[in-house]
Design a protein around this ligand. Structure first.
Ligand SMILES: Cc1ncc(COP(=O)(O)O)c(C=O)c1O
Length: 448
């Protein structure tokens, strides 16, 4: 308890605690400083100072005339949920939480055995720095995996191991001296990567997405001077559509004729439940303009902090040069174990098992949503679902989050203005039809 210090500090501390405990949910508007000052019997300046401190620390954000709000971008301790939803005493994900694979289904005992084996058989040479681009055995395993599963032909020298998508993005933009250049990004699109791109001095150009993915014709007509295009061709994030073949060709053509770079974020293409996927852009990349970004966060687990890039051959030197200064940050025993896991066939088996489970979990959620009258958007793959709703999706999503349900609003994933409202949610950690029904009933209650 913080009872000492200036009054504004105490107020800031109380607000921060309320946010941490989930009593003030993300996106909640705070009372104006005048009203709050009256309520607390302090001066308005005191409240302003408290708000100012929390804005500086990222807990709150100011939205001009609209007022001061609890930040939408906080990662907080999960709030307590009904114990029937997730068994066990471990901290559990919030219902519908995006970006997480099924935490209950990863073969942890096998992983622990394999990691133990690696650690037991370490020699003193394994204590040295290792390859700054990532462990060769892991890069080789990724090359083989990509050849078989994604028809991508590359050499291990083209593969760079990173600690996640954000690190991959920074590496690309630094290696290619992106500062001051423009980038086409999908709108709506994955919001967490935007500040990473902006921090590298890149101007983001939002490009609308329709049922064929990023509207490349629109981009060509409206933003002619971009040097990068960031796309999720397999399964657009968040709308779930695939980039059509004509648009893939147009994009490759544009990159080739303008000396531009395509960044292909293939974040979840391992999970497709019906139909055959279109080949990745990288597999069509004869002109060598595509940088392919993959991650193990979904196919394995996010705590592994391991992702990778496949860069065109002519860029290997520039990437290597940069990586020599910073070195691969992923601990070597983890990389080695992951290489073993792929090479010994466990990765394939795990993915095969997960496709069956995810198709089932997705069906449970879909059925529960349909039973409650929600309009579920048909998608062929991925580990999240979109439902169309009417009304202000940002307000409705904030309402749901205040009730401990981690859904997100499509309009919070947009850059330029508003569009069709909808909610994005994940089904990966729904372990029964019953759980799906309970969570959807809770969502219905929170929205009405
Ligand atoms: C669109 C998209 N790209 C990439 C990633 C991968 O991020 P990371 O490798 O940092 O976990 C995610 C994760 O949620 C994502 O949603």
């Amino acid at each position: 308890m913080q009872n000492e210090g200036p009054r504004y500090r105490q107020i800031a501390w109380q607000l921060k605690t309320a946010i941490e405990e989930g009593k003030l949910g993300a996106g909640r508007r705070l009372p104006s400083s005048r009203v709050y000052a009256q309520e607390l019997g302090v001066s308005r300046v005191t409240v302003e100072n408290a708000y100012g401190e929390l804005v500086a620390q990222g807990w709150l954000e100011r939205r001009g005339q609209a007022g001061t709000f609890v930040s939408e971008h906080l990662t907080l301790k999960p709030v307590a949920v009904e114990p029937t939803w997730f068994g066990g005493e471990e901290p559990h994900p919030q219902p519908f939480q995006l970006g997480l694979p099924a935490l209950d289904l990863f073969p942890r005992a096998l992983w622990a055995r394999m990691m133990g084996r690696r650690l037991r058989t370490q020699t003193r040479f394994d204590l040295a720095l290792g390859d700054v681009c990532g462990e060769m055995a892991l890069r080789q395993a990724i090359v083989e995996y990509l050849r078989l599963s994604r028809s991508i032909e590359c050499l291990p020298e083209q593969v760079f191991i990173t600690s996640g998508y954000a690190a991959s993005m920074s590496l690309i933009l630094r290696a290619l001296n992106g500062q001051g250049q423009g980038m086409w990004v999908e709108d709506p699109g994955f919001p967490l990567i935007r500040p990473v791109i902006a921090r590298e001095g890149i101007t983001l150009h939002p490009i609308p997405v329709d049922n064929e993915g990023m509207n490349v014709e629109w981009a060509l007509a409206n933003v002619s001077d971009a040097r990068f295009a960031l796309v999720t061709p397999a399964h657009q994030s968040p709308l779930g559509v695939a980039l059509s073949l004509p648009r893939r060709r147009q994009l490759l053509d544009w990159a080739m004729h303008n000396q531009a770079w395509i960044i292909e974020d293939d974040y979840d293409s391992e999970f497709r439940y019906q139909g055959k996927p279109l080949p990745p852009l990288k597999s069509l990349d004869a002109p060598q303009r595509v940088i392919y970004a993959g991650t193990f966060s979904k196919a394995m687990f996010p705590a592994l902090r391991t992702a990778w890039l496949v860069v065109p051959l002519p860029l290997v030197g520039a990437f290597r040069e940069l990586v020599r200064q910073i070195a691969c940050p992923v601990p070597i025993p983890g990389q080695q174990t992951l290489g073993d896991f792929i090479r010994e066939g466990h990765f394939w088996r795990h993915l095969k098992k997960m496709r069956v489970h995810y198709a089932r979990r997705r069906r449970w959620l879909e059925e529960a949503l349909l039973a409650q009258g929600f309009d579920v958007v048909a998608q062929q793959g991925g580990i999240q679902l979109v439902v169309n709703i009417s009304g202000d999706d940002r307000r409705l999503a904030a309402q749901a989050r205040a009730a401990g349900l981690a859904v997100q609003a499509i309009n919070d994933w947009r850059i330029a203005g508003r569009g069709t409202p909808g909610l994005i949610m994940s089904f990966t950690n729904i372990v029964s039809q019953n759980m799906a029904n309970e969570q959807v009933a809770a969502l219905r209650r929170a929205l009405t």
